[in-house]
Design a protein around this ligand. Structure first.
Ligand code: PEP
Ligand code: MG
Length: 542
C-alpha cells in the first residue's frame, strides 16, 4: 500500500545530475517481473528453452544497436558507447554458455536461467570494493531485465499509463527504483524534467546520460518508489540531492531558479544597454539555446562536463570537434572556454586523482592542470584548432597567483606553437581570495578576468558550497564580499581589461543592479535565466 505524503516533506539523496525541476511524477513499472513464471522443465523441453534464450539474445542485440544509433544521433558518439558496452556483455560467449548450462544441468525454464546467471554476475560485481565497477552492475541488471521482457513478452511501461492523473506526454519527473541507461534515454524524449531513484551511483552510465541530456537527477532516496503515488508533485534539486514532496509555494519560490519560479518569460529578450549578458554552458549541445536566448556570447563553457558525459578522457580530435562546433555556431559572438576544472566534487576514476582527505583543497583546477600537463596540452591544441573558426577566450580555473597563471599559460602556448589557429585570449578566474588580492598583477598578465562567485564565497568565508547544513552561512550578503568584487571591478576598469561575473549569483535578479552599480558590465548566467536577469537590469531603481 502506498503512503500518500499529505504535506511538504523533504528527503535527502545523492545529486547525480545538476539542475532543479518541479513537476508531477510518473512511477516506472519496476515490479513487472515480480510474478514471472519460474519452473522446472522436462528434459525433453530443454532445447525449447534454449531456443527462447537464443531468440531473446538476438532481439536484445538489435534493440541495443537501435539505441546506440539513436543516442549517437541525439546525444553523442561517446555516450552511445554505453550501449555498445552492453552489447559487448550480451555477446560475451560466457554469458550465453552459463545460461544454457543452467538449463541443461538444472532443467529450468529460460526465465529461471537468465535470472539465476545474471543475478550471480551482478552480485559478484556488487561485492567489489570499487565504486566504478559496482556501478557497472547496473548494466548487468539492465540486460537481465531486457532479456526477461523479451522472453516473457512484457512491455516496460509507466505504472500510471492510461490513468487520468498520468503525466505521460506532459512535463514529468520519473520515479524508479534504479536509474538505468535505457530508462534515461527512452523516457527522456523531451518530456522528462527530472529523475528520482532509490539506487544508482554518480558514475553510473545512467547518471552520465542524465547529465548529457541536462536532466536533473537524484538517487539514493530509499523506498521512494513504493511510498509515493503517481501524480504527486515533486521538486528535484540535482545540485544538492534534496527532493521535496508536495513543495509549498514558498519552497518553490526559494529553491527554483528565479527564471523558473516566475511565469515563463519570452525567450530572445533584447540586449540591455550597459550590461552584457552572456550564457554559461556545460556541453557543446547547449550552444543553440544560447542563441535562442539572444545571449551576447558564451561567458563560461565548463568543458569538464564534456569529459564527465563521456565518462573518459577525450582525445584532441574529439575535443576540437566540440569546441569548433560551438565557436562556429556562435558566428563571431564571444566564446569563453574554461580549461578542464576538476577536483573537489568533480572527480571521476578516469582522471586518476587519488583519494584525498580534503579534495576542495587538493588537486583542483589550476593545481590539477599543472600536475597533468599532458591533459592541458591536449586541450590547448584542441582549442587552438577551434580558434581557426573564430576567436576563443580561454579561462584558467582556480588560479591562486600570477606565477601559477604564467606557468599554465606557458604550457598552453608551448603546446600550441606552430599550430595554425586564430586569436586566443587568456583569462583568469577570480575564485580564490589570494588571486583577488593580487588582481592588478593578474589582470596585467592576462587578457581578461571572470569572477567565479560560487567558489569565491566558499573560500572567502570558509563555508562549503555543497553542504546543506551550512547553507545559511553560504551567502554573499556581507560587505567584505562586495568590497572585494568592487575592488576587482575597479582594477579591471583602470587596466582596461574586460571582467565578468559568471557564478550563480550573477543569475539572481536580486543582485543584478548591485553588480552594475559597482562597475560590473558583463555577466554570464544559465541561458534560461537571461530574460529574468535582463528584466531586473531594466527595472526602475528603488
Ligand atoms: C564559480 O566557482 O563561480 C564557477 C563559475 O565555477 P564552478 O561553479 O564551475 O566551480
Ligand atoms: Mg569554480
Amino acid at each position: 500500500m502506498k503512503i500518500e505524503f499529505q504535506k511538504e516533506t523533504r528527503l535527502q539523496g545523492m545529486p547525480v545530475s545538476p539542475g532543479i525541476a518541479c513537476a508531477g511524477i510518473c512511477l516506472f513499472n519496476e515490479n513487472r517481473h515480480a510474478n514471472l513464471a519460474v519452473y522446472q522443465v522436462g528434459h525433453d523441453k530443454r532445447d525449447f528453452e534454449k531456443k527462447r534464450v537464443e531468440r531473446a539474445f538476438a532481439i536484445a542485440g538489435r534493440q541495443l544497436e537501435d539505441l546506440r544509433r539513436d543516442v549517437s544521433a541525439r546525444i553523442g558518439k561517446a555516450e552511445s558507447e554505453i550501449f555498445s558496452a552492453q552489447a559487448g556483455i550480451l555477446n560475451d560467449p560466457g554469458v550465453r554458455r552459463d545460461i544454457e548450462a543452467l538449463i541443461a544441468d538444472n532443467a529450468v525454464n529460460a526465465e529461471a536461467a537468465v535470472t539465476g546467471v545474471m543475478d550471480a554476475y551482478e552480485a559478484r560485481l556488487l561485492q567489489l570494493d570499487n565504486e566504478y565497477i559496482r556501478d557497472r552492475a547496473t548494466d548487468i541488471g539492465e540486460i537481465k531485465r531486457r532479456l526477461l521482457d523479451i522472453i516473457s513478452d512484457i512491455n516496460p511501461s509507466l505504472q500510471c499509463a492510461g490513468q487520468p492523473h498520468c503525466q505521460k506526454g506532459r512535463n514529468r519527473i520519473i520515479v524508479a527504483e534504479e536509474l538505468t541507461p535505457t530508462l534515461t534515454v527512452e523516457l527522456d524524449a523531451g518530456q522528462t524534467r527530472g529523475f528520482v531513484t532509490e539506487r544508482g551511483g554518480k558514475t553510473s552510465h545512467a547518471a552520465i546520460l542524465a547529465r548529457a541530456l541536462g536532466v536533473p537527477a537524484v538517487t539514493g532516496i530509499a523506498g521512494i518508489h513504493g511510498a509515493i503515488a503517481c501524480g504527486t508533485e515533486l521538486l528535484v534539486n540535482g545540485n544538492t540531492g534534496e527532493v521535496v514532496v508536495w513543495p509549498s509555494e514558498a519552497t518553490k519560490a526559494a529553491l527554483l531558479p528565479a527564471g523558473m519560479a516566475a511565469p515563463a518569460r519570452r525567450a530572445g529578450s533584447p540586449v540591455v544597454p550597459g550590461l552584457k549578458v552572456l550564457a554559461n554552458i556545460s556541453l557543446a549541445r547547449d550552444a543553440p539555446e544560447v542563441l535562442a536566448q539572444n545571449a551576447e556570447g558564451i561567458g563560461l563553457y565548463r568543458t569538464e562536463f564534456e569529459f564527465f558525459a563521456a565518462n573518459r578522457l577525450l582525445s584532441e580530435d574529439e575535443q576540437a570537434e566540440k569546441y569548433a562546433s560551438v565557436v562556429g555556431l556562435m558566428g563571431g559572438k564571444k566564446v569563453t572556454v574554461r580549461l578542464l576544472d576538476v577536483g573537489g566534487d568533480k572527480s571521476e576514476p578516469f582522471l586518476g586523482i587519488a583519494r584525498e582527505p580534503n579534495p576542495y583543497l587538493g588537486l583542483r583546477g589550476a593545481r590539477f592542470l599543472l600536475s597533468r600537463p599532458d591533459l592541458l596540452a591536449t586541450q590547448a591544441r584542441a582549442l587552438a584548432r577551434a580558434a581557426a573558426r573564430g576567436p576563443v577566450h580561454v579561462l584558467y580555473p582556480m588560479v591562486v597567483d600570477c606565477r601559477q597563471f604564467l606557468e599554465l599559460k606557458k604550457i598552453f602556448t608551448e603546446a600550441t606553437a606552430g599550430l595554425k589557429g586564430g586569436r586566443i585570449y587568456h583569462g583568469v578566474m577570480f575564485e580564490v581570495p589570494s588571486a583577488c588580492l593580487q588582481a592588478r598583477e593578474l589582470l596585467e598578465a592576462a587578457d581578461f578576468g571572470s569572477v567565479g562567485t560560487n567558489d569565491l564565497i566558499q573560500y572567502l568565508f570558509a563555508v562549503d558550497r555543497n553542504n546543506e547544513r551550512v547553507s545559511a552561512d553560504y551567502s554573499p550578503d556581507r560587505p567584505v564580499f562586495w568590497n572585494l568584487i568592487e575592488s576587482l571591478a575597479r582594477a579591471a576598469v583602470e587596466l582596461k581589461k574586460p571582467l565578468s561575473v559568471c557564478g550563480e549569483l550573477a543569475g539572481d535578479p536580486a543582485y543584478v543592479k548591485k553588480l552594475m552599480q559597482i562597475g560590473i558590465g558583463e555577466i554570464s548566467v544559465s541561458a534560461k535565466l537571461i530574460p529574468a536577469v535582463r528584466e531586473a537590469a531594466l527595472a526602475p531603481a528603488g
